[in-house]
Design a protein around this ligand. Structure first.
Ligand code: AMP
Ligand code: MG
Length: 483
C-alpha cells in the first residue's frame, strides 16, 4: 500500500495475493497525452480529484507513465477459450492493472489501463489501442451502467499522440477502466492449468473475499463461489437480452467472476429484432449471435466448473457430480430473470403469459422491428396511442391482434417508461460520434453521451437519438474486434 503525491491511493492486493498471475510491467511512453473524455462522476465516486486528473501529472497517470511511489503496475495472466478453442496463455497483452482503489466504505475497484503498450503477453500484437474503439468502450459501458446493467466503467480516454498502424494509420489512445475486478473465467483456467492447486485455492478465496463473501459461510465454499458466479451471469445475460445488447466476443477470458460486463470490442445494440443477429466481422458461424448468448454463458460456466473441480471435492467423480448439479441452476435462473424482465418491459405485474411473449417475438422478427423503439413506443400504446407502434409493422392485422390481447391485461404505461430506454447507443450514432471525435470534433460524442447516460428520460432536441437506424445502414453494419 502506498500514498501517491496529490490524490491517488492504490493498493496491490491482487499482485500480493496472486504473484503467479501478476507480471510487473511498465507502460510505453505516450508522446503527447491529450484528454479526450473524463468521467467526473466516476472520479468523484472513487475519491479521485478531477482537476488533478486533468493536470499534466494526472494525464501521465492515466496513460501509465506516472506511477505513484510504491505502486507496481502488473499485466495479469489468464487463459481462455476463444471461439471454442483453448488458448493456454492470453493475459493482458496491451493492458496493465495499476492497482486497486480501496473505498473507505469497503468497496475495492481495479484501476486498469488498456492500450498502454506491449507486455510479455502481447504475442503478435502491438500492445496499442486507437481512439475510436476506446471511445466506443467509454460510450457503451457508461450507457450500460446508466441502464442499470452491471459493467466495468470508463474513467477516461486519453489520446497518446502516438500513431498506430491498423488498416490505416490511426491516433492511439489509452482507456482507464474501472472494474470491481478483472478476474475472469480465464483466470481460473490459467491457474488450473499450472497444476498448482494451492494457487487455484488462493485465487478462489480471493474471488470469494472480493465478490461473493456470502460463499465463505457455506460448507463447500468453492462450490458456493461457483454457484454465485452462475447466478450473477444468469442475471447479467438476461439483462443483456432484455435490452438487446450483443457482446460479440463471449470468450471465456471475457467473462467476469464479478458478473460485470467486460470488454467492449465488437459489441452492439441490436437494431431490428432477430435472434440470429451478429455484427462482429470475425464471427462467421454466428457463435456469439444475440440469441445464442444464454447458451454460450452456460458453456463458459461449464469451463469455469472444470477449472474449479479440484476444489469441489477430493473424489473427482463426486466433484463432477456436484458441479453438474450447480450448473443445472443456470437455466432456471436465467429463465426467471428474463421472464420477470419481459413482464416489466410489457408493463405487466408478475409474469407475462408465455404465448403472448412468444407471439410478440415472432412478430418482431418477421417484421424487422427496431427492438428499442418498439418497447419504448409500446408505453404509449398502453395509454391508447397505438399509432407509433403500428408504424413499425408491415403486418398490421398481426400487431393489432397482439395489442388487443396485451391491453386486456392492463399494462402500466408509467412503469414501462422506467424500464424501456428511449436512448441506447445505436450503431449509426456511435459510428458518427467516433468518426467525428477521431477527426477532432467531440461535439457529437458529448451529445450522444448526454443522451445515453440518462436513457429513460425523454428530452426535447434529442429526437434523432431515439430513431431507428436508416435501413441501408442497419443492413450492412459490422463491428470489429480488439482494435
Ligand atoms: P480480446 O478478445 O480483445 O479480449 O483480446 C484477447 C487477447 O488478445 C488478450 O490477451 C489481449 O490482451 C490480446 N490483445 C488484443 N489486442 C492486442 C494488441 N493490439 N496487442 C497486444 N495484445 C492484444
Ligand atoms: Mg479480453
Amino acid at each position: 500500500m502506498s500514498i501517491a503525491p496529490a490524490t491517488v491511493t492504490l493498493s496491490d492486493q491482487f499482485a500480493r495475493t496472486l504473484p503467479e498471475l501478476a507480471l510487473a510491467w511498465r507502460a510505453e511512453h505516450a508522446p503527447s497525452p491529450n484528454l479526450l473524455v473524463l468521467n467526473e462522476r466516476l472520479a468523484a465516486e472513487l475519491g479521485l480529484d478531477a482537476d488533478w486528473l486533468r493536470s499534466p501529472e494526472g494525464l501521465r497517470l492515466l496513460v501509465g507513465e506516472h506511477v505513484p511511489d510504491g505502486v507496481t503496475p502488473v499485466a495479469q495472466a489468464y487463459a481462455g477459450h476463444q471461439f471454442g478453442h483453448y488458448a493456454p496463455r492470453l493475459g493482458d497483452g496491451r493492458a496493465l492493472l495499476l492497482g486497486e482503489v480501496v473505498h473507505p466504505d469497503g468497496g475495492t475497484r481495479d484501476l486498469h489501463l488498456k492500450g498502454s503498450g506491449r507486455t510479455p503477453f502481447a504475442r503478435g500484437g502491438d500492445g496499442l489501442a486507437v481512439v475510436g474503439p476506446m471511445l466506443r468502450e467509454h460510450v457503451v459501458s457508461e450507457a450500460m451502467h446508466a441502464l442499470g446493467i452491471p459493467t466495468t466503467r470508463s474513467l477516461a480516454v486519453v489520446a497518446t499522440g502516438r500513431a498506430v498502424r491498423r488498416e490505416t494509420v490511426l491516433p492511439g489512445a489509452v482507456l482507464a477502466r474501472v472494474a470491481s475486478s478483472h478476474l475472469r473465467v480465464g483466470s481460473f483456467q490459467y491457474a488450473r492449468a499450472t497444476g498448482d492447486v494451492d494457487l487455484l485455492r488462493r485465487l478462489a478465496d480471493h474471488a470469494i473475499a472480493r465478490h461473493h463473501p456470502g460463499a465463505a459461510e457455506a460448507d463447500n465454499r468453492h462450490l458456493a463461489l461457483f454457484e454465485a458466479v452462475v447466478s450473477a451471469q444468469a442475471s447479467l445475460v438476461a439483462r443483456w437480452m432484455l435490452v438487446g445488447f450483443i457482446h460479440g466476443v463471449m470468450n471465456t477470458d471475457n467473462m467476469t467472476i464479478s458478473g460485470e460486463t467486460i470488454d467492449y470490442g465488437p459489441c452492439a445494440f441490436m437494431d431490428a429484432f432477430d435472434p440470429a443477429t451478429v455484427y462482429s466481422s470475425i464471427d462467421h458461424a454466428g457463435r456469439y449471435a444475440y440469441g445464442n448468448q444464454p447458451r454460450v454463458a452456460e458453456w463458459n460456466l461449464a469451463r469455469l466448473a472444470e477449472a474449479l473441480l479440484p476444489l469441489f471435492a477430493e473424489d473427482e467423480e463426486r466433484a463432477v457430480e456436484v458441479a453438474v448439479e450447480s450448473l443445472g441452476a443456470f437455466r432456471g435462473q436465467y429463465d426467471d430473470a428474463w421472464s420477470a424482465g419481459m413482464a416489466a418491459k410489457l408493463g405487466l405485474a408478475g409474469t407475462a403469459p408465455a404465448p403472448l411473449v412468444d407471439d410478440l417475438l415472432t412478430l418482431l422478427r418477421d417484421n424487422h422491428v427496431d427492438h428499442t423503439s418498439f418497447h419504448r413506443r409500446l408505453g404509449a400504446a398502453a395509454g391508447g396511442d397505438t399509432e407509433p407502434v403500428r408504424e413499425l409493422f408491415l403486418d398490421l392485422a398481426g400487431i393489432d391482434a397482439w395489442l388487443a390481447r396485451w391491453r386486456a391485461l392492463g399494462p402500466d404505461a408509467d412503469a414501462m417508461r422506467r424500464v424501456n430506454p428511449v436512448y441506447v447507443p445505436r450503431n449509426h450514432l456511435v459510428e458518427e460520434a467516433l468518426a467525428a471525435a477521431t477527426e477532432g470534433d467531440r461535439v457529437p460524442l458529448e451529445r450522444l453521451l448526454d443522451a445515453v447516460t440518462s436513457p429513460f428520460d425523454e428530452r426535447p432536441g434529442l429526437d434523432r437519438y431515439a430513431e431507428p437506424a436508416p435501413e441501408h445502414f442497419a443492413a450492412a453494419y459490422q463491428t470489429f474486434c480488439g482494435t
